[in-house]
Design a protein around this ligand. Structure first.
Ligand code: ADP
Length: 368
């Protein structure tokens, strides 16, 4: 059990590949934190620096009170689980789990007890005498987790551990890992490119892009209060609708205009713009598919025609096109059914609109 602290950590490969830039983060003891971002954004490199598998170019890493920059991976009291299970194929499941403990000369009885406890937690008791090839992908990943658990590490590091599993198993194993964290009460640092995994598993989420932390917060806060256009677009599926418009002040209120039409923004959004001293300017505005309504009466910000409809059973996704030819996704209740070709009006919820600076992508509607 330990806090993990990264101070001004950077990693440069070769002369000029900046994989991670000035990374600062305090990970709390027993926290489940997820690093998420697109491929190549520096997640694995950060995790590998914490693990001691990669040198740090600049900065400091602490596990508990100990600075570990120069501590070798095996002495850091961490356990890492990878996408590839990396099990020894010729050994039984028992021996795979016992391997590192035997190397550390842990007494046989103690090894037995640790494996018994871990295999109970993971439901692996009946497979201990099998070889890895005789297990399913999900079971193999559980063995990899078991091998980490028996070492009783201070910190678990997981690098895309679910990527090799099929969709159904991924969902199941996701819940198992969350439960495991609750049972073990140990710090978990988890890397994924999948925003759904980040949202469902993390107590806090670190969104990264191009080697730089964009935002660190709870999944809910990141979803509802993204700090910039990148985070707003990366978190959420289907992604947030984003279009160009103009905001202006009129009689103490803010209006948002798109083409010939305009709407009044809720004061909760307007107040944030006022705090940033926004007068009148071109902006990118965003709203999520569930934060807009289609209607047959002409009351919206957009005249749209329905292009395609996906009925998922629980709800529907309506793909519509504005009069300027831009695409928007609307999410409607399952009994609110539209047909391709329908001409409708679409109104974003005035209190759920995000406003971004056109140049920097910074969210002008972000609340500190
Ligand atoms: P992620 O885990 O987010 O997909 P990585 O941390 O693996 O990203 O990589 C971050 C960046 O560093 C990428 O641009 C990648 O190409 C580069 N990189 C990673 N490992 C090496 C390496 N050993 N040598 C050179 N560049 C590397």
């Amino acid at each position: 059990m330990a806090d993990v602290t990264l101070k001004n950590v950077s990693k440069v490969y070769g002369e000029d590949v900046v994989a991670v830039k000035d990374f600062n983060l305090d990970i709390r003891n027993e926290e489940f934190i997820v690093f998420v971002g697109p491929s190549g954004c520096g997640k694995s490199t950060t995790l590998r620096m914490i693990a001691g598998l990669e040198d740090i170019t600049e900065g400091e890493i602490y596990i508990g009170d100990r600075k570990v920059n120069d501590v070798s991976a095996k002495d850091r009291d961490i356990a890492m689980v990878f996408q590839s299970y990396a099990l020894y194929p010729h050994m039984t499941i028992y021996d795979n789990m016992a391997f590192s403990l035997k190397l550390s000369k842990v007494p046989k009885k103690e090894i037995e007890e640790k494996i018994k406890k871990a295999s109970e937690i993971l439901g692996l008791n009946e497979y201990l005498n099998r070889k890895p090839k005789n297990l399913s992908g999900g079971q193999r990943q559980r063995v990899a987790l078991g091998r980490a658990i028996v070492r009783n590490p201070k910190v678990f590091l997981m690098d895309e551990p679910l990527s090799n599993l099929d969709a159904k198993l991924r969902v199941q194993t996701r819940t198992e890992i969350t439960k495991l964290h609750q049972q073990l009460n140990t710090t978990f640092i988890y890397v994924t490119h999948d925003q759904t995994e980040a949202m469902t598993m993390g107590q806090r989420v670190v969104v990264m892009n191009k080697g730089v932390i964009q935002q660190v917060d709870t999944p809910q806060n990141i979803y509802h209060n993204p700090i910039n256009q990148f985070v707003a677009g990366f978190i959420g599926s289907p992604r947030m609708n984003m279009l160009k418009g103009t905001v202006s002040q009129e009689g103490g209120q803010y209006k948002l205009a798109y083409g010939q039409k305009s709407m009044t923004l809720a004061s909760s959004v307007g107040d944030k713009l006022r705090n940033k001293e926004i007068e009148s300017q071109e902006v990118i505005f965003g709203f999520r598919p569930e934060n807009c309504r289609l209607s047959k009466t002409d009351t919206g910000l957009f005249d749209v025609s329905v292009d395609q409809v996906e009925m998922l059973g629980s709800d529907n996704f309506n793909y519509v096109v504005t009069e300027c030819g831009e695409n928007i996704i609307n999410r409607s209740a399952s009994n609110e059914i539209y047909q391709p070709g329908d001409a409708l009006s679409l109104l974003p919820d005035p209190d759920s609109i995000h406003i971004f600076d056109v140049e920097s992508g910074e969210a002008l509607s972000f609340s500190e």
